[in-house]
Design a binder for this molecule. Structure first.
Ligand SMILES: [Zn+2]
Length: 243
């Protein structure tokens, strides 16, 4: 019993999400194209290659988890399914709905779609109806600002325009709370974290770089997936990138 409370204590004392427990890999995708179009690299993946990567994760026994599960795991030590993975999509491209979502469905996977609100309904980007449908399918819609600013030098950051209003707009579209945020370009600082907290966000996702010492849950690391990664090496490539 003493031992148990010692470990429970660690979960609550540790300020950084990554120290107390094993980190869950969080994958980040950007451009996804139709079946066989375009290159396979860090910023782009063919629909066909994305399907192969999802099949590889499925066949390797991975289970996708949603951000509430990740949050509760890091904050409270709640259990997760075996081989958990989080799959995220940035920048609200229309192919996230038309190409990625049907592939996720095929393998019983769920993802987080980080939407910037300025291009909603514009050519190449998701419509409000598509965003709503993703939420209705059980995926999570996250906030990726209004127009993707650099948040590093934030003295002139318009919090209302880039954080609060996009959150409210996405909540109106989905009818669900929007509690997770992805930093454009992965750039974050403590000022922005403070604004996210007072705006009602529970956690935020970055790309590579360092963690916040005090607010680790607001700097959850993600891996930019290389579209050229294939089975059987994909899981080990993933782990290597996420050390
Ligand atoms: Zn982005």
């Amino acid at each position: 019993m003493k031992l148990l409370s010692f470990f429970v204590g660690i979960f609550y004392i540790m300020p950084s999400y990554a120290i107390a427990q094993v980190k869950v890999p969080v994958l980040c995708y950007h451009n996804i194209s139709l079946e066989d179009e375009g290159p396979d690299n860090l910023m782009h993946i063919k629909g066909k290659s994305f399907d192969k990567q999802m099949k590889c994760l499925y066949d390797s026994g991975y289970h996708t988890i949603l951000p509430d599960q990740l949050y509760n795991y890091y904050k409270n030590g709640t259990s997760l399914p075996s081989k958990p993975v989080v799959i995220t999509f940035d920048d609200s491209h229309d192919t996230h709905f038309t190409v990625a979502a049907p592939i996720l469905k095929k393998y019983g996977f769920k993802g987080i779609f980080f939407v910037m609100t300025v291009p909603i309904g514009k050519k190449g980007y998701m419509t409000a109806a598509q965003i709503k449908m993703l939420a209705d399918m059980g995926h999570v819609i996250g906030c990726h600002t209004w127009d993707h600013p650099h948040l590093k030098g934030t003295s002139g950051l318009d919090v209302e325009k880039e954080i609060r209003h996009p959150k409210q707009a996405l909540e109106k579209i989905t009818g669900q709370p929007v509690q997770y945020f992805a930093y454009p370009f992965g750039e974050w600082n403590e000022t922005v974290i403070g604004q996210l907290k007072v705006s009602g966000f529970k956690a935020a996702f970055r790309l590579t770089g360092k963690n916040s010492e005090e607010n680790g849950i607001f700097t959850i690391e993600r891996i930019m997936v290389d579209g050229s990664w294939v089975c059987p090496g994909l899981p080990s490539e993933m782990k290597r990138a996420f050390k």
